[in-house]
Design a protein around this ligand. Structure first.
Ligand code: SAM
Ligand code: SF4
Length: 334
C-alpha cells in the first residue's frame, strides 16, 4: 500500500506515527493519571468499536502512517483486543503497545505470532507497598513477573517510570541498577500536567537532575550517551558493561516538539494533534456518516501548534488555567 498523501502540519512536520487509545478504562488508578474521584466515562456507543479502530487505522496507513502504538486507559482490557492486534499486524506498520503490564502473561503467544515486539510497560517503583500507594491496587508482583517474562522472551521492553519529587525520586539509581543484567530500557518521564492530576512544577524532577544523580553514582566517564533515534522522545544512556539502558523523556524541561511526528486518536474517535492540545477533531461521527475522513485528518493535523499545544513559554505551560484546559491523561491515551 503506497501512501496517497502525507500528513503534514503547517510547520512541515510529517506525521507518520499514530497512537490509538483503545479505552478510557483501567485496572489501575495511578494518581498522576486518573483523578481520585474517577472520570466521567464516554457512553459506550460513543467509543470506537473494533471494526472502527481498524477502519480508521487503515485510513491513516494509506496516508503514510508507518508506526502504530496501542494505549489507553489500559489497552489489554479492551474487548476484542486479540482481533485488533491480529488485524492491525496485517497492515504494513510496526505495531507496539504501552501497558501497565498486569495482563501481559496472557498475550505472549499472540504477540509472538503476530510480530508485536515493542512492549512498553509502566512501573514507577520497585517497592511493593509504594506501588499500591501510587496505583491504588495490589498488582506489583504480577507486573514485575511480566516484565521478566517479556524480557526473557526477547521482546523490546521499555519500562516507563513517571518520576515525581518525594514519591519515587529516591529510586533513580535502583532503576538504573535494574538494567545491569536485564536487556530493558528504563525511561524516566518528567511528570506532566493534565486535568485533575494536582501537578505543580515543584514536583517535577528534570532531565538534568536525573542525569546528575546518575553521574554522582557512576561517574560521568562510565555513562555512555547512546545515539538518538529519529523522532525519538528520550535521550538515552547506558552504564558501561550494563545490558540495558536508561533514558529521560523531558517534555517539561526540554520539549522535543521540533521533531514531533505523533498523532493521537482517543477512544471516542477524536484526533488530538498534540498531547497538550485543547482542541480535538472528531473522526468517528463522520466515519459513521459514511464521509471521507482523509480531508478531516489533513485539516486537523495542519493546524497543530508549534510547541506543546500552543503553550510556548514555561509561564503558560506552568499555569493551571492553561495546562488543565485539556482531558485527564487517562482519557487522552499516553
Ligand atoms: N495503562 C497503560 C500504561 O500505564 O502504560 C497505558 C496508558 S498510560 C496513560 C501511558 C503512559 O502515560 C504511562 O507510561 C504513564 O506512566 C504515562 N503517564 C500518565 N500520566 C502521566 C503524567 N501526568 N506525566 C507523565 N506521564 C504520564
Ligand atoms: Fe491506568 Fe496507565 Fe493511567 Fe496508570 S498510567 S491509571 S495504568 S492508564
Amino acid at each position: 500500500m503506497s501512501p496517497t498523501s502525507q500528513i503534514k502540519d503547517q510547520f512541515g512536520r510529517v506525521h507518520d506515527y499514530l497512537r490509538i487509545s483503545l479505552t478510557e478504562r483501567c485496572n489501575l488508578r495511578c494518581f498522576y493519571c486518573m483523578p481520585v474521584e474517577g472520570i466521567e466515562l464516554s457512553e459506550k456507543s460513543h467509543l470506537m468499536s473494533h471494526e472502527e479502530v481498524i477502519a480508521i487505522a487503515k485510513t491513516f496507513v494509506e496516508m503514510g502512517v508507518k508506526k502504530i502504538r496501542l494505549t489507553g486507559g489500559e489497552p489489554l482490557i479492551k474487548k476484542n483486543i486479540e482481533k485488533i492486534i491480529t488485524e492491525l499486524t496485517q497492515l504494513p506498520i510496526n505495531l507496539g503497545i504501552t501497558t501497565n503490564g498486569i495482563l501481559l502473561d496472557n498475550y505472549v503467544e499472540l504477540f509472538k505470532a503476530s510480530g508485536v515486539k515493542d512492549v512498553n510497560i509502566s512501573l514507577d517503583t520497585l517497592d511493593k507497598r509504594k506501588f499500591e500507594e501510587i496505583t491504588r491496587r495490589d498488582y506489583f508482583d504480577r507486573v514485575v513477573n511480566n516484565i521478566n517474562l517479556y524480557e526473557a522472551n526477547g521482546f523490546n521492553v521499555k519500562i516507563n517510570n513517571v518520576i515525581i519529587k518525594g514519591v519515587n525520586d529516591n529510586e533513580i539509581t535502583d532503576f538504573i541498577e535494574f538494567t545491569k543484567d536485564k536487556n530493558v530500557a528504563i525511561r524516566f518521564i518528567e511528570f506532566m500536567p493534565f486535568d485533575g492530576n494536582k501537578w505543580n512544577n515543584e514536583k517535577v524532577i528534570t532531565f538534568n537532575e536525573i542525569l546528575s544523580v546518575a553521574e554522582e553514582k557512576y561517574g560521568s566517564e562510565n555513562i555512555i550517551k547512546l545515539k538518538s533515534k529519529k523522532n525519538g522522545t528520550a535521550k538515552n544512556f547506558q552504564i558501561k558493561g550494563y545490558k540495558g539502558s536508561f533514558g529521560v523523556i523531558s517534555t517539561v524541561s526540554n520539549p522535543f516538539c521540533d521533531s514531533c511526528n505523533r498523532i493521537r486518536l482517543t477512544a471516542n474517535g477524536r484526533i488530538k494533534n498534540c498531547l497538550f492540545s485543547s482542541s480535538e477533531t472528531n473522526l468517528l461521527t463522520p466515519l459513521r456518516n459514511g464521509e471521507d475522513i482523509k480531508p478531516i485528518i489533513i485539516d486537523g493535523i495542519y493546524h497543530k501548534k508549534q510547541v506543546r499545544g500552543g503553550m510556548t513559554s514555561d509561564k503558560d505551560f506552568f499555569d493551571p488555567e492553561k495546562n488543565a484546559n485539556n482531558r485527564t491523561m487517562i482519557a487522552i491515551g499516553g
